[in-house]
Design a binder for this molecule. Structure first.
Ligand code: 6PG
Length: 264
């Protein structure tokens, strides 16, 4: 695995936390490194707490990771103690081509012995997106039973980076960015003319481990801005993902990292 840890983030952007940047040469190297990390996190969590809770990301980037895990790790993972959620979902039924659930089902869930009761899709088939968000929030409340004022602590949340700096369905300058107490909200995204259902920042930042997967030259500019730029965080919501008591790791390939000034 050809990656490394860097110390400080230049340019004083929003948060001065050390950036754990795992720079991999090819997309395949990136997915291999991320798969090893998921396996490690899963076995660790089950050993320490008896279960592993993971929130999957959507979009196109993680499909290859899910395929790799399904192909290589089927035997070595404690599937019966693993619980699958989604950090966000498009407002479509689970069999829709745009469904993040459908993508994960095709690439991973249908190919591994995960008990169906361990899989918690967003009920995005509900024509009322707000009701779907509330129902999913209740699912998280019931499953994690956080103390009053506390947020569910996922063992691992996988995230992608959108070309505009969005992550999950936390898009620039959208209402969901201001949410301080809800766990899941329906977020109207004007430029897509659609409502997305998404975890809120408090849930992302309560996680034990958040891993961004960023691949390809088309992400180089936005990755530079998010990690090294000074633009306001509301314009690049990925900047707002800073787990308060958790680990944050950026898995990037060489193309996506090509505009970073952080030394290789
Ligand atoms: C979604 C995702 C979204 C995604 C980014 C990156 O539902 O689309 O959750 O946040 O991770 O848009 O998408 P790509 O991986 O397709 O570039």
């Amino acid at each position: 695995m050809c990656g490394h840890k860097v110390q400080q983030r230049p340019g004083g952007s929003v948060v001065n936390a050390p950036v754990d940047l795992r720079r991999l040469t090819t997309p395949q190297d990136l997915f291999q490194a991320a798969a090893e990390e998921v396996i490690h996190a899963a076995t660790d969590a089950v050993a320490q707490r008896g279960r592993f809770t993971i929130a999957l990301s959507g979009g196109s980037t993680p499909r290859n990771l899910y395929t790799l895990i399904a192909a290589n790790a089927s035997a070595s993972l404690p599937w019966a103690q693993m619980f699958f959620f989604w950090g966000d979902e498009r407002h479509v039924p689970p069999d829709d081509p745009d469904s993040n659930y459908r993508m994960a089902k095709e690439a991973l869930l249908s190919k591994t012995p995960i008990p169906p009761a361990n899989i918690f899709p967003v009920p995005a088939e509900n024509p009322d997106a707000s009701a779907a968000a509330e129902a999913y929030e209740q699912t998280l409340q019931k499953f994690f039973a956080p103390a009053p004022g506390e947020f569910p602590r996922f063992d691992l949340i996988l995230l992608g980076l959108g070309p505009d700096g969005h992550t999950a369905s936390l898009f620039p300058e959208t209402a969901a960015l201001q949410e301080k107490s809800r766990l899941v909200v329906a977020n109207w995204v004007e430029k897509l003319k659609t409502t997305r259902i998404t975890f809120t920042l408090p849930v992302l930042n309560a996680a034990r481990y958040v891993a961004f997967l960023v691949s390809g030259i088309d992400k180089a500019g936005v990755l530079h801005e998010v990690l090294e730029g000074n633009a306001p965080a509301e314009k690049y919501p990925s900047k707002l993902v800073q787990p308060s008591e958790g680990k944050l790791v950026w898995f990037v390939d060489r193309a996506a990292a090509s505009e970073l000034s952080i030394a290789a």
